[in-house]
Each structure stands twice: as C-alpha cells, then as structure tokens.
Write a protein that binds this ligand. Structure first.
Ligand SMILES: *Cc1c(COP(=O)(O)O)cnc(C)c1O
Length: 426
C-alpha cells in the first residue's frame, strides 16, 4: 500500500474510500489481491454499465488484437471506425429517427464537452453559456466553468468566465418553477444576462447529487432555446448509454437537442472514448479546428460496436433494466421507511438512484460501513450527502439484492451509532 501514498499524487480520491488493492473484476464483482470479493455499486463512476470484463465485448476486443487490428488511428479511416459509424446509425440513430453527425474528440468526456461549447460559440458568434446549479461537465477549463461544484472550480486557478448559472429543476423546491425565472431573465433586455450561445445540462444530474429533471421542465428549457436561437446541448455522458433504461436519457421526454455528448460507458468495457453528436447543420468546423491525438481509439470502436449490437438491437435490454430499476427503487424505499429519523430522500430514474441523508457526514459514514461489508458505493452531491447507485446495468438480480441488503446493514449501523441509546447520540 505504501507505494501509492509515497508515489501517487495526493489528488487521488476514490481509493481513499476503498483502501484495498484490486486485482480482478468480473461482471458486478471486484476481487482484491487478498482474494476478498466486493460487490460494485460504483461501476467505474458510470463507465462500466455493461459490467467488468463483459464477456461478449472482451472476446471481440481480444479477436481484434489477435488479428493485429489498428489500435491507434488518429482520425484515419479504419475498418473498426467504419463499423462503429455504421452500427451507430443503424442500431441507435435510425430506429429513433435521429439525424446527427458524429465527431470523435479526445477520449474523455470533458473533451467532448469542450468541443460542444466551442462549436456552439463558433456557430452563434456569442460567448456566453448557460449551465445549471449542481451541474457537472468535466475538469478542463471550458467544462469546469460550466460545473457548479466550488471545490472543483477552486482547483482551476484562473477566472472561470463565459458561463452563467441558472437554477435547475426543483432548485428552490417543488413549488417554484425555475423556467419562469430563466424566461424572465432572457426576455428582459435589461436583466444583465446576454443571450448565450448554448445551454448545457444533464437530464439527471449525476455528480451533483442525482437530481432528475422532469420532461416538462426539459421541454420548457428547449422551448426557451428555440425561441432565443440558443443551442441546446444535452450532456449524456453519465446517464446516456442506457443508464435510465433507454439508450439516450431523454427518449420519450419530448426534446430534440442540437448536440449530445456521450462518453463513460460508450467504450463498452471501460475503454476511453468520447463522442459529440450534432445536428448536421451545426457541423460548422474547419478542418482540424478541434483535434487530438487520441481521437481514434479503435479498440473502443470495436467494444462500442459490439455493445450496440449485443444490447441495443431490440428492446430487451430496456425491459431488463426496467425490472432491475424496480427492485432498486423498492429496496431504497424500504431503507427510507425503516429509518425515518434519517429523513432520507430517494431520487432517480432507471438505474441511477440517489439516497440522500441530509445530516452532514452520515452518507460518508455509510460508504465506510458498506466498504466493511464488501460493498463499494460512493457518495456525491453538495456536502457528499447523497449515496449513489451506479452499478452495472447487467448486474444479476441476485447480486443486486445482495448488495442492497449490505447497503441496508450499512445504513442501520450508522443509524445505531447516532440515533439509538446504544450509540453515542448526536
Ligand atoms: C464524468 C462526466 C463528465 C466528464 O467526463 P470525463 O471523462 O471525466 O472527462 C462530463 N459530464 C458528465 C455529466 C459526467 O458525468
């Protein structure tokens, strides 16, 4: 263990919550060098929706490597990229009647966000971006300027300009319609808010604490964008690729974004890859205007293509996710009901769920208690008060229920320490 603290920068994060050394992983389980088994509710922070070492995807990737397929391809035409684009169109876009062109950016989500923001600024000739309270879009300067979290913003070290934050759905509680507020600011030419190039949002805020926006609110935002000629960007990096049950998080919600960014689980088994989808008329780049050495991760193209064919050729995966989503939701509701003193709130859609314990520090304690029981789950949101489920979509129901049982035990342990005579009452 010493090598990590001696050699690796203090910036490391997740490993502090789960201080073991992992060696193998399969499906929804991870195994340490000591042979201990952990259930994974973290899922590579959303990059492992098809599970660790997904057998179908792994086989395809191994075959490609065996045959000396091109691994690094800049933005050259390759057979792997041709198959990816063909499959993206035939299994994802055409069945949904969606017409988009694809830009391969550098392989991180934040780079696809940078590309989207730059392109929106170029198209409109405006500089401003509207993003939303508790939004998370990445760690490079353009994306961080659109990210709400003060800790992350503080790390930038320079003035973060060009972004105005508006209240997300429900920010002032369920009674306040934040669309009305945003509308007033955009319509009033003396509000101090210039018409922006774009609005960017997550349909379910992931890092910001699992905050789902309603379809009605999203439609309201899109209507404002259309009215004021503002580009509408959906950041589907965390909740796309099936997390909410459908491939895109906003299907059946009555919106039609100008641009969509995808990453995280796009690369199938955790291989880095990011994609900007834009309506064809928005493809206004000059040649090479946004580039990057690692835009052609051909191994990720193979993995992504395999995942599309295997999981998105029909509706069966959506049905499967729906069944597991119901189990997840039910168990979290039971935990909420079992510990009324914790004032738990349960939020989510599909297979992203948050369990908020408002009292400061308690959710973090649950993370530690869960780890003792060999369950990996993270906390997020302002002050880290929200426990977040982001486990693989392919998780077997038995493991899901086992993990939820461990989560309940962990909540109970924290509850007992704080709220019963046996514990040191707070
Ligand atoms: C993770 C994430 C990003 C950033 O992706 P990276 O690959 O970490 O750069 C951007 N937006 C959302 C919604 C994310 O969850």
């Amino acid at each position: 263990m010493k090598i990590f603290t001696q050699m690796e920068s203090d910036v490391r994060g997740y490993c502090r919550d789960y201080p073991v050394v992992f060696e193998r992983s399969k499906g929804s389980e991870m195994f340490t060098v000591d042979g201990d088994r952990f259930i994974d509710f973290l899922g590579g922070a959303g990059a492992l929706s098809y599970g660790h070492n997904n057998e179908h995807i792994k086989q395809a990737v191994m075959e490609y490597m065996q045959a000396d397929g091109v691994l690094h391809g800049l933005d050259l035409h390759t057979k792997a990229k041709r198959e990816f684009l063909t499959t993206l169109r035939s299994t994802i876009l055409e069945p949904r009647k969606m017409d988009y062109k694809a830009q391969f950016t550098g392989p991180t989500g934040t780079n696809a966000v940078e590309a989207a923001l730059k392109l929106a600024r170029k198209i409109t000739g405006r500089q401003g971006i509207i993003s939303f309270t508790n939004g998370y879009h990445g760690m490079t300067l353009g994306a961080i300027a659109a990210t709400g979290n003060g800790h992350h913003r503080g790390g930038a070290g320079v003035h973060l300009g060009g972004t105005t934050f508006m209240p997300f759905d429900g920010y002032f509680g369920p009674e306040t319609n934040t669309i009305a507020y945003i509308e007033r600011l955009l319509e009033d030419t003396s509000s101090g808010i210039d018409t922006p190039a774009a609005m960017i949002l997550e349909t379910v805020q992931g890092e910001g604490g699992v905050n789902p926006a309603s379809g009605e609110w999203l439609q309201g935002i899109q209507a404002l964008c259309r009215k004021h000629d503002i580009l509408f960007i959906v950041d589907d990096i965390q909740v796309g690729c099936g997390r909410t049950g459908t491939f895109f998080s906003f299907e059946n919600m009555g919106i039609d974004p100008d641009m969509i960014v995808l990453s995280k689980s796009l690369g199938g088994i955790g291989l880095p890859m990011a994609l900007l989808l834009m309506k064809p008329e928005h493809d206004q780049w000059d040649i090479g205007e946004h580039n990057g050495t690692f835009r052609g991760n051909n191994l990720a193209f193979i993995a992504a293509t395999t995942a599309f064919k295997r999981y998105w050729s029909d509706d069966s995966f959506t049905t499967e996710i729906g069944e597991k989503a119901a189990i997840l939701r039910q168990h979290l509701q039971w935990i909420k009901a079992d510990f009324p003193e914790l004032n738990i709130e349960v939020r989510g859609r599909g297979m992203i769920w948050g369990l908020e314990i408002p009292q400061k520090g308690l959710a973090g304690e649950v993370v530690n208690e869960a780890f003792k029981r060999q369950l990996i789950i993270e906390n997020c949101g302002t002050g880290g008060t929200v426990l977040k489920f982001l486990g693989p979509l392919t998780m077997e129901k038995a493991i899901l229920e086992e993990g939820l049982g461990l989560l309940k035990e962990a909540v109970q342990a924290v509850y007992q320490q704080h709220f019963t005579a046996a514990g040191s009452n707070s």
